[in-house]
Ligand binder design. Structure first.
Ligand code: PLP
Length: 313
């Protein structure tokens, strides 16, 4: 969302990107001071998450190249935020959206996507996001002409959104003082695109990938690579300098602490990123300028009342 209140936009698509960077003073203090920790407020996107960027890029590139047209249904597997983004953009552009998601994703995610008119197809809750990917592939394989399958795990437009947007915005906002970029990996689009752009901008920026420390974890949106289908877009050579394992508890504690200390109510992958940025700043010491991402807001993880017209009175 733009910080300029005098802007006019043509549609909700124009509200995506150009998010502000916020300085995390309470986290800097824990790192011993004399460091800067900046976080990109991706929860400011109109669909509520960083995934608006990837979804917009995948859809607009496909429209421009004729892979998506008026007769096609957009289908994909998603752990949630990408589904919200597809649903929002699909509604705005008149594109029908079908989403495959594990039956146990949060009630909020199901309700939000359905509110935009999206159809949900449930995959096994025991097979996680990999099961959703497999089911989406099966559905498309049976009737390939009916669907546009963006496949965010293999689509270059996903990191492309961050190469063209997130990375440029960070470089322009902070310049060559940046020393580190640390962020969590899900599809890996954010780190691949932003990391590539920042490395081109200043090759000695260290890029750190944060991943759950175990296959069973509570960090929605993030992937434990060793136990997952490795995304095709994950090509870390020359982009990602090292990986950092993150415990669910440490990430959740960082989310809660940031909310109480600074009034920034973030989700758990954002907590992982803040905890990771703190570790990086502590290790690097005075002079470090660390950038991270706040992918979404904490209220997305509440169990809300169902948003529907069926009142009881
Ligand atoms: C809440 C949240 N955090 C982090 C990520 C990871 O971002 P990326 O898929 O670009 O690696 C996602 C992606 O789905 C997400 O939904």
């Amino acid at each position: 969302m733009s910080l300029h209140s005098n802007q006019r936009v043509a549609s909700v698509l124009d509200l995506i990107g150009n998010t502000p960077l916020i300085r995390l003073r309470s986290v800097e203090a824990q790192a011993g001071g004399n460091v800067e920790i900046w976080a990109k407020c991706e929860f400011e996107n109109p669909g509520g998450s960083v995934k608006d960027r990837a979804a917009r890029q995948m859809i607009t590139d496909a429209l421009a190249e004729g892979r998506l047209g008026p007769d096609k249904i957009l289908i994909d597997s998603t752990s949630g935020n990408t589904g919200v983004a597809y649903s929002m953009i699909g509604a705005s552009l008149g594109i029908p959206v079908h989403l495959v998601m594990p039956a146990n994703v949060s009630v909020a995610r199901k309700n939000i996507t359905q509110a935009y008119g999206t159809k949900i197809i449930f995959s096994s809750e025991f097979e996680g996001s990999d099961g959703a990917i497999r089911l989406a592939r099966d559905i498309v394989a049976k009737d390939p002409d009916r669907y546009f399958f963006p496949n965010q795990y293999a689509n270059p437009s996903n990191p492309g959104a961050h190469y063209l947007g997130t990375g440029v915005e960070i470089a322009e906002a902070l310049g060559k003082r940046i020393t580190h970029f640390a962020t969590g990996i899900g599809t890996t689009g954010t780190i691949m695109g932003t990391g590539r752009r920042l490395k081109e901008f200043k090759p000695d920026i260290e890029v750190i990938g944060i991943e759950p420390d175990d296959s069973f974890h509570g960090l929605e949106g993030l992937k434990h690579l060793a136990s997952s289908i490795v995304p095709d877009i994950w090509k870390p050579e020359g982009i990602v300098d090292r990986m950092m394992p993150m415990a669910t508890d440490e990430a959740w504690d960082a989310s809660e602490a940031l909310c109480k200390a600074e009034g920034i109510f973030i989700g758990h992958s954002a907590g992982a990123n803040v905890a990771g940025a703190l570790r990086v700043a502590r290790e690097a010491g005075p002079g470090a300028v660390v950038v991270t991402i706040l992918p979404d807001r904490g209220d997305r993880y509440f169990q809300p009342m169902k948003w529907e017209k069926h009142y009881l009175w």
